[in-house]
Every structure is written in C-alpha cells, then in structure tokens.
Design a protein around this ligand. Sequence first.
Ligand code: 4AD
Ligand code: MG
Length: 480
Amino acid sequence: MKHIDIVHVLKQEPSLHEITVRGWVRSFRSNRFIALNDGSTINNIQCVVDFENFEEETLKNITTGAAIEVSGVLVESQGQGQNVEIQVSKVEVLGIADPEEVKLTILSPKRHSLEKLREQAHLRVRTNTFGAVMRLRSKLSFAVHEYFQKNGFYYMHTPIITGSDAEGAGEMFKVSALDTKNPPLDDHGNVNYKEDFFEKETNLTVSGQLEAETYAMGLGKVYTFGPTFRAENSNTSRHLAEFWMIEPEVAFNNLADNMDLAEDFIKYVIKYAIENCQDDLEFLENRLIQEDKSKPVAERQEMTLREKLHFVVDNNFKRVSYTEAIDILKNSKPNKKKKFNYIIEEWGADLQSEHERFLVEKHFKCPVILFDYPATIKAFYMRLNEDEKTVRAMDVLFPGIGEIVGGSQREERYDVLKKKMKDMDISEEELYWYLDLRKFGTCTHSGFGLGFERLVLFVTGMGNIRDVIPYPRSPGNAEF
Ligand code: 4AD
Ligand code: MG
C-alpha cells in the first residue's frame, strides 16, 4: 500500500479506511504506544499496538531510531496530546537501530547540548529542534525564489570558481589543480599559475555581485542565490566559511529603491514563514521560553519568537545615516563608560557588531538601515557621494544578529570607478569586463547581499549560525 506523509494523516478525520505510514520511531511506551515521525512535520503520529496480536521478535525491534512501516485505521485518540491515532493492524521493521548503540548517540531520548548535536551532525536532523530548523530553512528558500519570481526578477547562476575578488578584501580560498608538493615555478621562483588548470590564479567566489551586475545590464532585474566562501578567520556565532547569499541587482534603482527592495523582500519571506511554518515556529518559540527560564530575569527576551517576527513585518525599518549613527554611538552610555570593546572616537570608525546591536536593540529597538558610510571602510564599487567622503552604501541591521544585509548603489561613472580602483589597488586588467559596463550604456543601478543563514538564525531564534546550516564550515571544521 502507498504510504502517506504523517503531516497529512494528522489532518484527516477518523475513518475505517486503512492507511500506511513510514517513519522513525521516536519512542515506544508500555509495549503499546509508538511515537512515529517521518520528517514531514514536527508532530509525531501515535500508533497503538495490541501486543498480544504481534510477534515478540517484531515488538523487540521497535526501538528508538528504527525505521518502520505501520498500517491500520485512523481512530479518534483516547489519550491527550493528539486528536487521532493509528490502530495498528500491521507493523514491519524496515531498519533496526540497536538500543545499545543508540544509547551512545544523540538519538537517545534525553536532552543533548547543541555542541553535542553538532558533533553528530549526520543524526541531528532527527531531533525536533533540527527538524524544525531545517524545514524552516527549506521553506524560506522557497519564499526567496517566490518573492523574486513574482516580482519579475530572473534567477542567475554565478560562477563558484572565479578569478576575481569581488569584495577586494582578499579573504579567499584558492582553487588549484597543481601538485602542492612540487608546483611549477616561474623565473622568480614563485608558483607559476600559468601552468595551472585555468592558466591563472583562481579562488572560490566571495560574492556573485560583479557577475550579477553584468546580467542586470541586460535582463534588468536579476538575483543570485548560491554558496559563497570566505577564508576570514572569524570564529563567531555569526560567521561561516561557506554560507549562502542572495544577491539581487537592479538596473535603474537608486539607493532609496534598494532600501525599499530590501525591506519589502525581508518582510515577505518572514511573513511567509509565519504563515506556512506555524508548527515549527511554535515549537522553536517554546524551546526559547524554556531556555529563558534558566536565565536571570533581566536577560530574558522581551518578545516571544513569533511576536518578534510580527514586529519586524509590521513596522518600518528605521533609516539612519552613518553620520547620525556615529553621533548616537559617541554619546551613548557604553561608549562613555568604555563598555564597548572598540570605543568610537571619531567619524570614520568602522562599526563593530557590538555597535550595530546597540543601535538596533537598545537605541532604536527596531531593524535599522544605515546608509552613506565613509568611502574608506567600504568596497571599491560603491557610488561616491557629492561630499566625496561617503559612499551610497547601506547595511540592514537586525536585533540579535547585527548586519543581515550589505548593499549599495554602484559607481556607474567610468572615470570615477577607474580612479577608485587605482586608489584601492584593484587590477584594471582583471576587471576590464566590469569597467566595460560603464562604457556601454551605463546607468544608475543598485543591489545588495543578504546572508541566508543570518536570516534563518533570526527566524528560528537559534543562537549560533552553525546550527542553521546542515554541515557548517568554520575555521578548523570541515567534518562530513
Ligand atoms: O556585506 P557583504 O560582504 O556584501 C557583499 O558580499 C556584497 N557583494 C553584496 C552585494 O551588494 N551584492 O555580505 C553580504 C551579507 C552580509 O550582510 C551578511 O549577512 C552575510 O552576507 N555574510 C556572512 N554570513 C555568514 N558568514 C559570513 N562569513 C558572512 N559574511 C557576510
Ligand atoms: Mg558587509
């Protein structure tokens, strides 16, 4: 018989019609009640067996972690916690899970720390928390595509291996097919990349932006959604060495349009999660409420997870210039009392995550879009303002996260861009194609990058970015 997803079974009315489900045993109580989960929902279906009717050998193998197939009719549940349950007429063990071995893993039914779960990342998706997070991750990905496709954007696949450093920050993983033990050398004794696979130095992309700009100049509105790589040695709960980024790029959009797009887009995908992932959000919300109980009152969340999501969807993001933000920070209590790790002394300082979070969480108490940053702390491609000191950059800052989006209006003026590249020591030869865009029908255009894992962090309320991607890559960690 064809099996049905448990998520659908739980919505059905009791009936005499026999159904079949398959899944993994979460628990088997009193030789009678099986809690079965198949990943289609956070909720288990209760399967009730009359042990007199089944062989002992079969019952013995119904243990936590085992894969089984169950058939029976759906009846109204006598117990609490569920409306319906399956009165089992047939059960087959598809894959056993030795209880002695299960005991040593995170599948064993007790509380495990998130660190422990990370060590067994190949099993953690079978826990309630990770099931919920990964279902949300998938739904959010869908919402990203839905938003852009509905709004006339084209999905563009940018190269993973590139010869350019889009951010000019030099934090790249090299890609080479040369023999590392005995690489060919040039006349100066340096590695001769002309003999490498691509006949030049290449790296994993840090961003698809520059290539996306070329397509925006032909297709008008494009977006990328793909993996990006950064070899920055940031061992934090907000950084990954491999993360997924969404980068829209729009011809004829100025910075204000870019802000509108970012705000509208973020609200859309969060709203999508609220409307389509209720069970998982409820579970994650309760998880946080439980976690809060062990914290001092002052450190507890003011809003529940779903209140926080609604708050973002229902309120305008506050738009503040960098210059205003610096004034606020300079006069702030933590700055005056030297509570910040980096004290803000003057205009031009780069903002650290502690400053971003102060602005969002303590000062404005809502998402903030900071714009018009000093040119010296931002990438070469951002449009220079009339003051010649600031660029048309924007960062969207979120409570609990800090920077979730970075973007800008692009420098569309050929001479200005060329000079900027020269000043910042960026090779004109390498990026001739990027400069070409400013020669052939240049126009105002803008875009941004949203770090997908930071979005998933916010929506799930998880505390560490390594817990919102299946197999995190971070300094010293490329397991699995
Ligand atoms: O601010 P970033 O570096 O901007 C860019 O890469 C631009 N090319 C985007 C554009 O304009 N098209 O990165 C964009 C976002 C950040 O705001 C952050 O959310 C995320 O990417 N991000 C990271 N997420 C996880 N781990 C890291 N190491 C990240 N670095 C950036
Ligand atoms: Mg940034």
